[in-house]
Design a protein. Structure first.
Length: 337
């Protein structure tokens, strides 16, 4: 099949594109190659993607409506996976305009392009952050997600809402998948695992927010990609909810649209996560304890029941295995730099 992947040089987009190419699909990647973090890492990912004859790269911003629509028109994809976005909870406090331009205007441009050039399935990346102030866990897709505590979360929730309206108005089959702290090889330098490993190796102190009492439903990158690939085949159809014991489908009553968690439902507290990193590195971390930061959630905890009902799959890679894989990649990448 033909896939169109936005954010293809990013952490998740790179892994998804590699998997799709390995499975024999054609991929057009669309990426702005922004400098939110070291562009050299994105260039290295892109270089690997370019080794496949099935991959075509387009470098442009989501905000460039003509470039985006032109790329989708020329590739004529069966499936579009929208991963490109301005990420980061804390960064959104200091640079809010970037989130409006990328996550709102950019997503609008994508929806307009897909309306003009219909596809079999549109998949859009959302986030566990949309659950915001919810206190009941585990988070279910049918829980209210009306109280975002960061602008990042607000823009991702807005993206879900906009895509629902387009699904209803133009009959675009759409799945919004909600990520839960994704980690693994080729990960982003602004994420906790990369920052912690980098600091420990460099004999610098790591910053621990919330006194280490936060918990995250860490999701290993290969598990996430498996979930996305399987969901691509689970095309939502209006009036055809999934029927499974103990599962309530998030399928819209008025559109071929649903939201799905992709996570294992096994949150890990921050301090045990750090101890795992120390064990893999064979070195103790120096720590600076800090209070909770604005916009941070105390805990993320997914209910993976709908994902399992739709795909038969639930993420299962444990943090020991995942962290070890990241450390091995990090050491090789650092030595090659």
């Amino acid at each position: 099949m033909k896939y169109f992947v936005t954010g293809s040089a990013g952490f998740i987009g790179f892994h998804l594109s590699m998997r799709l190419l390995a499975d024999g699909h054609e991929v057009m990647g669309f990426d702005g190659m922004t400098d939110y973090y070291d562009p050299a890492l994105k260039q290295s990912r892109l270089a690997l993607l370019r080794t496949s004859n099935g991959f075509t790269a387009v470098e442009a911003m989501l905000e460039d409506k003509e470039a985006l629509e032109g790329a989708i028109a020329s590739s004529a994809p069966d499936i579009v996976v929208h991963l490109a976005a301005q990420a980061g909870v804390r960064y959104s406090i200091e640079h809010p305009q970037t989130y409006i331009e990328s996550n709102l205007s950019g997503t609008f441009n994508l929806l307009e392009a897909v309306r003009a050039h219909p596809v079999k399935h549109l998949l859009i990346a959302s986030t566990s952050s949309v659950y915001g102030g919810n206190e009941d866990t585990p988070f279910k897709e049918t829980d209210r997600a009306d109280f975002p505590i960061s602008l990042y979360a607000a823009t991702k929730k807005a993206g879900e809402a906009m895509s629902h309206s387009y699904a209803h108005l133009w009959n675009i089959p759409t799945t919004c998948f909600r990520f839960f702290t994704v980690y693994g090889p080729w990960g982003r330098p602004d994420m906790a695992l990369f920052k912690f490993v980098d600091a420990i190796v460099s004999d610098k102190a790591i910053e621990i927010y919330g006194n280490g009492e936060m918990a995250r439903d860490f999701t290993y990158i290969d598990d996430l990609i498996e979930g996305i690939v399987r969901l691509a085949s689970a095309v939502p159809k209006k009036g055809s909810p999934v029927l499974a014991a103990g599962v309530t489908d998030s399928l819209s009553s008025v559109a071929p649209w649903r939201a799905v968690n992709i996570a294992g439902g096994k949150p890990v507290q921050l301090m045990p996560f750090i101890r795992t990193i120390e064990a893999c590195l064979g070195k103790a971390a120096k720590m600076t304890m800090l209070p909770m930061q604005q916009g941070d959630m105390v805990e993320t905890f997914a209910d993976p029941g709908l994902l399992k009902a739709l795909t038969g799959f639930v993420p299962s890679v444990d943090v020991e295995t995942g962290v070890r894989a990241f450390v091995e990649w990090y050491e090789g990448y650092r030595n090659a730099a």
